[in-house]
Design a protein around this ligand. Structure first.
Ligand SMILES: [Zn+2]
Length: 273
């Protein structure tokens, strides 16, 4: 594995299964963050044979906010979490345009956190959305002591410095993408986050239509280059450390990239020459 995208949305791409197949050939690992329990169930079937893709069961706060999902979806997800270790995208978004649904979002996230606490599973991991809501997210993680029983990854952290310090003290991990690195504050946070708490992600797609593994890889490589420069470290060393941690979290160590068509087609007679 060369790089791992710890938060992307294959389900929202027009050609997710093709992207997952491409990813396996280029040594790209992917955590597909589901936005609804139904999307997770479909993804689990669609990516069952993709050796480097893993699927998380989630319920995105925007889907609660606009009414596309409700209590029945929370029930479905809670039921799923008794047997599914990877969770996300879940969390809270209290930005002005989503704030009206803050009570419903909080109730859902609290039930999801409780389900994780009630069903501790090996390799439990959460990829968490926290916009203008980092303190409330951390309150809930702390209430259920989730950072002890699970890898709690705050994706695209955008809270305050105090909230970052609290999240670090609680033991959270942070997945960083190039949109976060476009701001001075995001770059400063990425510089401060210790490498053993740092992961890379794309949060793509950001456009309609087909995506590609090359696009994900290019975004991850830009993130790697920027973070390596901020930390004044070698990109190769940083990539190895972050990738090893990601593979451990996603249980990707046994997932070897499939041979490329060129390798497959290489005539064995070459060895005899
Ligand atoms: Zn996302």
């Amino acid at each position: 594995m060369h790089l791992v995208d710890m938060h992307c949305h294959l389900d929202l791409m027009a050609n997710g299964p093709a992207v997952a197949a491409q990813a396996a050939t280029v040594g790209l690992g992917i955590l597909n963050a589901g936005v609804t329990p139904d999307a997770f169930r479909a993804a689990r079937a669609a990516y069952a044979n993709a050796p480097t893709a893993r699927c998380a069961a989630g319920l995105h706060p925007w889907w609660i906010d606009d009414g596309r999902c409700g209590a029945a979806d929370v029930d479905l997800l809670v039921e799923e979490l008794a047997r599914t270790p990877f969770v996300g995208e879940v969390g809270l978004d209290f930005a002005a345009r989503h704030r009206a649904s803050a009570p419903a979002q909080t109730e859902a996230f609290e039930r999801i956190a409780k389900a994780c606490a009630d069903h501790p599973l090996p390799k439990r991991l959460l990829t968490i959305h926290a916009v203008h809501a980092a303190s409330t997210v951390l309150d809930i993680l702390e209430r259920y002591d989730l950072t002890r029983s699970a890898a709690c990854i705050i994706h695209w952290f955008s809270g305050t410095s105090d909230e970052l310090a609290r999240a670090r003290r609680l033991g959270c991990l942070f997945s960083v993408n190039e949109f976060m690195l476009a701001t001075r504050r995001g770059r400063e946070y990425a510089r401060q986050i210790p490498t053993d708490r740092l992961l890379f992600e794309t949060d793509l797609p950001s456009h309609d239509g087909p995506g590609s593994a090359a696009e994900l890889m290019a975004s991850l490589e830009r993130t790697l280059a920027t973070v390596a420069a901020l930390k004044r470290t070698e990109p190769f060393t940083l990539a190895n450390e972050v990738c090893a941690h990601s593979c451990e979290l996603l249980d990707l160590h046994g997932a070897t990239p499939e041979p490329t068509p060129t390798e497959t087609a290489a005539p064995s007679t070459n060895e005899a020459v």
